[in-house]
Design a binder for this molecule. Structure first.
Ligand code: ATP
Ligand code: MG
Length: 148
């Protein structure tokens, strides 16, 4: 039988400031939706400083949307989460990327996903998900250095 590698057991999710600032009334619904499929293993709420946001998105430095992205991510509180698929046979990283959907909210609206429902644009897209096992490990320790 196929079992996923430990490297894909956990992923780093973020509920972005557009959700917390503009639609705080939806947070309960969103967390319930998440908990129907994932165990929330770690959770906190914080505001990123500009230098932390730049460090988190370091790989995007130099792209045309970088300033807009870090400006957005420091515009209010965020909720970082460590998630694990309840179905332990499933890759949490890929599954969560699918669950949030395409980056651009306009494209996301063509399928059933969190960004389609709660996102507004290409930058203001409501949610983050790690893109690979390496990214997940780095991003989990960024927000939860105590989580091993
Ligand atoms: P995330 O990393 O947040 O899960 P992603 O992997 O789908 O999203 P990335 O390419 O890593 O997308 O981009 C990081 C973030 O930068 C996106 O979530 C979005 O907020 C913003 N972004 C990405 N591409 C664009 C773009 N073309 N125009 C404006 N903002 C963008
Ligand atoms: Mg990404």
């Amino acid at each position: 039988t196929y079992t996923i590698s430990m490297a894909s057991r956990y992923t780093l999710a973020i509920i972005k400031p557009d959700v917390l600032v503009k639609q705080p009334h939806n947070i309960g619904t969103i967390l319930k939706r998440i908990e129907s499929k994932y165990n929330i293993v770690q959770r906190k709420q914080l505001e990123l400083s500009l230098s932390d946001a730049e460090r988190f998105y370091n790989d995007h430095r130099g792209k045309f949307f970088f300033e807009r992205l870090v400006g957005f991510m420091t515009s209010g509180p965020i909720i970082p989460l460590v998630l694990s698929e309840k179905n332990t046979e499933v890759d949490s990283i890929k599954s969560w990327r699918e669950f949030i959907g395409p980056t651009h909210a306009e494209n996301a609206r063509k399928v059933q996903c969190l960004r389609g429902e709660f996102g507004t644009s290409d930058t203001w897209n409501g949610f983050h998900g790690s893109g690979s096992p390496d990214e997940a490990i780095k991003e989990i320790s960024f927000f939860f250095p105590e989580f091993k």
